[in-house]
Ligand binder design. Structure first.
Ligand SMILES: C[S@@+](CC[C@H](N)C(=O)[O-])C[C@H]1O[C@@H](n2cnc3c(N)ncnc32)[C@H](O)[C@@H]1O
Length: 207
């Protein structure tokens, strides 16, 4: 995991300057997410990166606990939070695969562009199920690479071995949807925007 943190530490500055790949799609995801937010919402955002999404949602909720494995990403996030005069986000440097969080704590969990980067996705999804309150929602956007893209697998393995790349898993949309159902979630909204490899899913922990 030290390699993962190092990789994302190296990426942080460039990542913060890169525009979102498709602004219209990003805004649709923000809009859909906001249907589940209210001034009482306790939100958990893991793999929060430089905090852009958390900072945009912060004025609409009570508190956001935002976690990332990269201290460099979080340093940028904290700077943006101060610049925007946002006070209700707590940024924490932690590996989601190791983090202990109390059960039944959050109303909404956000996992944006992160599930495909985890070693044990199923365990993290199970943890999210536990830490959400009954009726809470897990909103994720996950790169689902399939088919011809599998020719990249050997390059990804070599890149990871050399410490040049993080874990990148190939997951199909069906596998991801099934992983969520296996953990106990009910998937109530799925959207794969045209021309994007990312699948956006809203999953609910039953009451
Ligand atoms: C592709 S970026 C996505 C950032 C942000 N969620 C967004 O949508 O812009 C992935 C982020 O997940 C973080 N990350 C990767 N593995 C992680 C882990 N095991 N625990 C916590 N954060 C992790 C990286 O440091 C990076 O900031």
């Amino acid at each position: 995991m030290a390699n993962t943190a190092k990789f994302w530490d190296r990426m942080a500055k460039g990542y913060s300057k890169r525009p979102v790949p498709n602004q219209e799609v990003y805004e649709q995801k923000l809009k859909k997410t906001r249907e589940y937010l209210n001034p009482h919402s306790q939100v958990f955002d893991f793999g929060c990166g430089t905090g852009s999404t958390a900072i945009l949602h912060a004025p609409l909720v009570k508190h956001i606990h935002a976690v990332d494995v990269s201290e460099n990403m979080l340093e940028i996030a904290r700077g943006k939070m101060v610049a925007e005069n946002i006070k209700n986000i707590t940024f924490e440097c932690a590996n989601i695969e190791e983090l202990d969080v109390q059960d039944d704590t959050y109303d909404v969990a956000l996992g944006m562009s992160i599930l495909h980067l985890l070693d044990d996705r199923e365990a993290v999804i199970a943890k999210l199920f536990d830490i959400l309150k009954p009726g809470g929602v897990f909103i994720s956007s996950t790169v689902c690479l399939q088919g011809v893209m599998r020719i990249l697998l050997p390059f990804l393995a070599i890149g990871k071995f050399l410490g040049l790349l993080p874990t990148i898993k190939f997951i199909s949309r069906e596998t991801l949807e099934n992983d969520l159902i296996t953990a106990g979630f009910q998937n109530e909204f799925t959207w794969k925007p045209d021309g994007s490899d990312a699948v956006f899913i809203v999953s609910r922990k039953p009451d």
